[in-house]
Design a protein around this ligand. Sequence first.
Ligand code: BES
Ligand code: MN
Ligand code: ZN
Length: 500
Amino acid sequence: MEIDIKGGAIPGRGAVAVAVCKGGKLSPAAIELDKTTEGAIKQVMRSTRFVGNKGQHTEILAPRGTRLDRILLLGLGDPAELKQTDLEILGGRTFNAWAKSGVKTGKIIIDAEDLAAGTKLTKGAIQAHIAVGARLASYRFDKYHTKLKEEDKPALESLVIGTRSAAAARDVFADLDKVAEGVFLTRDLVSEPPNILYPQTLADRCQELTRLGVKVEVLGEAQMKNLGMGSLLGVGQGSSRESRLVVMQWSGGRKNGQPVAFVGKGVTFDTGGISIKPAAGMEDMKWDMGGSASVIGTMAALAGRKAKVNAVGVVGLVENMPDGNAQRPGDVVTSMSGQTIEVLNTDAEGRLVLADALWYTQDRFKPQFMVNLATLTGAIIVALGSEHAGLFSNNDELSDRLLEAGKTVEEKLWRFPLHKNYDADLKSQIADMRNIGTGRGAGSITAAQFLQRYVNDVPWAHLDIAGVAWSQKGSPIAPKGGTGYGVRLLDELVRRNYES
Ligand code: BES
Ligand code: MN
Ligand code: ZN
C-alpha cells in the first residue's frame, strides 16, 4: 500500500476520514463535508452517540450529495492531550477500518493548523505519526499462504494524509518510515518458522543489512571456541544447526566515538534441551529469538534513517535441542569471562547465550552502555503480562532514559530491583555459579542477577521481553503475531540522548 502526504482537499471518490474533537466540535473538513452531505455528519453523530471522544469512530456509507464510498469520523478527544501514539493509533484504526472494506483509495484529512494549537507536536509530526501508524497496522506475514482469496487480502491501494503543511510532514514521515521498516524486519524474523529460520539463516538475514551501510561479521563455532565462549556453545551443542554470533556495526557518529551497544538473545528454537519443555505451546518457542530480532530491527532502523550515532548490535544465535551430544543437567561450562557455570537446567539457556555475548561486547567495544533484549523468563509474563517489558539495570540514568523513551512510543517498561542478596540463590557447590535459582521465587530477577555477572560494570540494562515480543490479540498498530517490540523504543532512546 502506498502512503503519501498531500494537500488537504476533500477527494471526490473513495473513502475519507475527518476529525471531530471532544464535545462534538467538527474540524473544518468535517464542517465542509457536513454541508455537502446536507447534514449527514451531524445526523450520524446524533444516532450513534459519537461525541468526538478519543478512540471513538463511526462511519457513514455512500454519503448523500457526494460520490464518496464512505466517511469515517475520528474522535480526537481534547487536542491538547493528543500524544504521538494517539495519532499512530488513529492512523492504524483508519487503516483497519478500510483495508478490507473494498475501497481502493482513502484520505485522512487532519487540519494541522487547528490541532497544533492544542498539541505539543509540530505540524509535520501530526500527519507523520498518523501515516506511520497506518504503515505499522498494514503489516502482514502471509508468505506461506498459497490459497488466499481476494476478499481476504486488503484492497486499499493508496492512503493519503491531507494537510496544508505536507512538505514538513513528508520529511518527518520519511524518517519514521525507516523505523517502521526496522519494525517490519523484526516482525518478519519473529514470525518465520523454525525450520526456515535457524542460526545460519538468521545470520544471513543480518548480512542483508550491509545494503544499509551496516558492517556485518558472522562468527562460527570454531571462532567462538577460540574466544572461549563455552557458555553459548554448550546451548547449541545438541543441535545439528551450528551456532553463530553476529556483530553488526553502524558508524553514523563521530569517528572513533564510543558506541552504544545492543545485545540480543537469539534462540531460534527452544525445546528446553534435555530439561525438555511440555509439548503444549512449545511452538511458541520459535520466537525465542525475539531479542535478537529486536536488535537486528533496531540496527536496520538506525542505519535506514542514518542516525548520527555509532551503534553495535551483537546477537547470539543458537538452537536449543536435545540430542545425543546435547548439554546435560549437571554439566559445567566455562564462559568467555573465565567464570564457570553449573548448568542445572538446560532450559535456562538464554542467560548462557547472553553471558558470552555480553562479555564479548563490552570486552571488544567498550561501549557507553549495553542494552540486552531477551525472551528470558516465563516469570516475567506472570508478573507483567503483555503490557510492560521488565527492566533490570545497574544504572539509574540509563533506566530513566529507557523508561522515558518507552512512554513516548508506548513500548512500556517496568523496572525491577537487582540486589546482591539474590546472589545467594545462584551459588553452586562445584562452580562459580549455577544457571537457575534454588526455587525460592523471583525467577526473572535471578536471571537478571546472573546476566549482571557478565557486564563488567558497564552501564547496562536487561529488557525481559518474553511477554511483549508476541501478541495473541494484536493492537491497532500491529496484527497478531510478532510485535516488533524494542525497535521503536531503542530508536527513541538513541534519538533523544545519543545522537551527535
Ligand atoms: N524462552 C524461555 C522463556 C519464555 C517462556 C519465553 C515463555 C517466552 C514465553 C526460557 O528459555 C526459559 O525456558 N526459561 C525458563 C527458566 C527456568 C528454567 C529457570 C522459564 O522461564 O521457565
Ligand atoms: Mn528455555
Ligand atoms: Zn529460551
